[in-house]
Unconditional design. Structure first.
Length: 247
């Protein structure tokens, strides 16, 4: 497999809003997949994007069993993916966007494996993640989704607040005022704090100011243009944005 060529193909698919149609050799294992992801993210950074965060995937135990995996996957976030809370996001260039509610952590100190992960956390907030696989039909293998930076496309974070009990908070996802999904933060590995510890283990070290998305609290839902999206996490508040096309 040509790591550079696949990273370029995934990057081009994202920039053009056209899915990969196959015909090439994909990563065969997670080691190759993360090498592609690193090359893919490096292309974005070379264009002037700045790394802002770290995201976790497969934090649902049911999803892990469904995919036949025993560990989480992870990707990177950049400033070009940021969506202002209450703002507008142009999704016209995305292929088949979906949205899911999450919990976000803001690091106030360096996060390292082996220590108390909460000691590095400055604040928590409700969050929304926009995902958009660059593979046709949103169908992919485990190595393919890792290579594709875990389908990362955008994220919005609500108001930050002091860390508290996050183990079993109710979560609502609404589209245009209609309830789309309900869930609990317990769906995130039983507690978002376990996702934070996993981030420390997987990343090795994350710097202060990094945003960590702990993983989806409900299933992802399709995200049409012209839609008002709101997520509510009990005790943490709300985060929202509206989709459309730039004028």
């Amino acid at each position: 497999m040509n790591i550079t060529a696949l990273a370029e193909a995934l990057d081009t698919a994202a920039r053009d809003g056209r899915p990969l149609t196959g015909g090439g050799s994909g990563p065969q294992d997670t080691e190759e997949a993360y090498a592609v992801q690193e090359a893919l993210v490096a292309r974005r950074v070379a264009r002037g994007e700045r790394l802002t965060g770290f995201k976790l995937g497969f934090t649902s135990l049911a999803k892990m069993r469904q995919m036949g995996v025993s560990d989480l996957i992870h990707g990177r976030l950049t400033d070009r993916m940021e969506i202002p809370d209450g703002g507008h996001v142009d999704i016209s260039g995305l292929i088949h966007p979906r949205v899911e509610p999450e919990v976000a952590f803001l690091l106030g100190d360096t996060l390292r494996p082996g220590g108390d992960p909460m000691a590095a956390v400055a604040a928590v907030a409700p969050a929304l993640e926009v995902i958009d696989s660059r593979y046709h039909g949103f169908r992919f293998s485990l190595p393919e989704v890792i290579a594709d930076n875990t389908s990362a496309a955008g994220y919005a974070v609500g108001a930050w607040s002091a860390p508290g009990d996050l183990d079993n908070l109710g979560v609502l996802l609404e589209l245009d005022g209609r309830l789309a999904e309900t869930g609990s933060t317990a769906a995130i590995l039983g507690s978002p704090l376990r996702a934070l510890a996993a981030a420390a283990r997987l990343a090795g070290e994350l710097e202060p100011g990094t945003v960590i998305l702990a993983g989806a609290a409900t299933a992802a839902v399709p995200l049409p243009p012209g839609t008002h999206v709101r997520a509510t996490v009990a005790g943490l508040g709300t985060v929202r944005f509206t989709t459309g096309e730039d004028a």
